[in-house]
Write a protein that binds this ligand. Structure first.
Ligand code: HH2
Length: 386
């Protein structure tokens, strides 16, 4: 079970969400919405969620159940004074979960570092993951780096431009893409990884959903796994754990081929949080420690334009999971839809999305345009006081 603090920007935003979740209108004025502290406790176990409702009521707060398909969920509301009282006497673990959700949202501590073996990635500043697709069909750079030499040259160029991680992928996962056999993915990516790794001071991540490809890439010189499949391959967590490689665990609803047909969520942020919570537990059970995992909500992977915007707006809510967050919005379809532009005319939109992500708590931004994103991050970090 996780407890997530929910800050509404307006009565309208709150009432639309409550209607969607089948909740009553629990506040009637703008002031009430802004003054009350709201939390959602979400889990699979009836006892845990019911316990949260009980604890909130014990601390004089209110609780409303709003379960949805497979998810037990309760919304809690507390007055600031009730929360202060609870802080003074954090009587039980349920109240402590509420307090740590408040902490993660408001105290904005730096995300914990991640050890790639090659370097320890700490987050006193935003890190940039540079994208290198060695595929014929990636939506933006497909076909540009098909020769090993041109791909290695681009990897080195991105490192010079300020990339902190080079992400190499041999399978396009754009909407509608056909899956590629692991053998083909390896033929494309492994020689480039082997060729680039000795000349790079920064770590390489392998962008793959397949444990077999991840294992070969780690052997060839990669130090991290970027798994858009979110550990669906049952061997992925074990492969990463055995190789002591950190993993980016990304959320995707469905499969690339069909994921954009009708994406649906009860609450896009809540549902993804619970997915992360489930996968973090499964990973831990397979020997992959939480400390090795970076979370990515998967912009564009089974999400409408509105879902993507909502994720970026509410990104900070994911900090209740206590892991660094990565966002990959670079040149994605929602930017094209908003601006009416093709992939090669989405730089400003990509930078705007990166700025919003960093302001809202992203520690790593995945980007095609490394130099520009590096500069943007420098300025946004300074605005944040970093
Ligand atoms: N997006 C893409 C691929 N890998 N990995 C993470 N963690 N997060 C993302 O948002 C993400 C990702 C899709 O973008 P791209 O690599 O440019 O295209 P394609 O999948 O067509 O190769």
């Amino acid at each position: 079970m996780i407890v997530r603090a929910r800050v509404y920007g307006s009565l309208l935003e709150a009432s639309e969400e409550w209607r969607r979740l089948g909740l009553p209108m629990v506040a009637e004025t703008e002031e009430e919405v802004l003054a009350t502290r709201f939390f959602f406790a979400e889990g699979r176990e009836e006892g845990e969620v019911e316990g949260m409702a009980f604890a909130a009521e014990e601390a004089s707060g209110d609780a409303w159940r709003c379960d949805s398909e497979g998810v037990r969920r309760v919304m809690l509301a507390m007055e600031p004074e009730e929360l202060r009282q609870a802080c003074r006497a954090p009587a039980c673990s349920a109240v402590q979960s509420i307090l740590s959700a408040v902490d993660s949202l408001y105290h904005r501590a730096e995300a914990p570092p991640v050890d790639t073996g090659k370097v320890r990635l700490s987050f006193e500043r935003t890190r940039i993951m540079g994208i290198l697709n060695v595929t014929p069909d990636s939506f933006s750079d497909g076909g540009r780096y098909l020769s090993k030499e041109s791909a290695i040259a681009r990897a080195l160029e991105m490192a010079d431009e300020g990339a902190d991680i080079i992400d190499i992928g041999g399978e396009s996962t754009r909407p509608g893409a056909q899956p590629v056999p692991a053998g083909v993915e390896m033929e494309r990516a492994i020689p480039v990884i082997g060729g680039a790794a000795p000349s790079l001071d920064v770590p390489i991540s392998i962008d793959t959903r397949h444990a077999e490809v991840a294992e070969a890439a780690l052997r060839a010189g990669a130090s991290m796994v970027n798994d858009v499949g979110g550990l669906r391959d049952p061997s992925m967590a074990e492969v990463a754990a055995r190789n002591r490689a950190p993993v980016v665990l990304m959320h995707m609803q469905g499969e690339p081929r069909t994921m954009q047909s009708a994406p649906r969520y009860a609450d896009v942020v809540g549902d993804i949080c619970l997915f992360f919570d489930d996968r973090l537990r499964e990973a831990e059970a397979k020997g992959l420690a939480k400390e090795m995992i970076v979370l990515d909500p998967g912009i564009g992977f089974g999400k409408t334009v509105e879902h993507n915007l909502e994720i970026l707006r509410r990104l900070r809510e994911f900090s209740c999971l206590g892991r660094p967050l990565m966002v990959g919005a670079s040149r994605k379809g929602f930017i094209g839809r908003l601006l009416g532009t093709k992939e090669d005319e989405r730089l400003e939109g990509s930078l705007a999305a990166a700025a919003a992500a960093i302001m809202n708590g992203a520690s790593i931004v995945r980007a095609h345009d490394v130099l520009e994103t590096r500069r943007l991050a420098r300025v946004v970090d300074a605005i944040k006081g970093k």
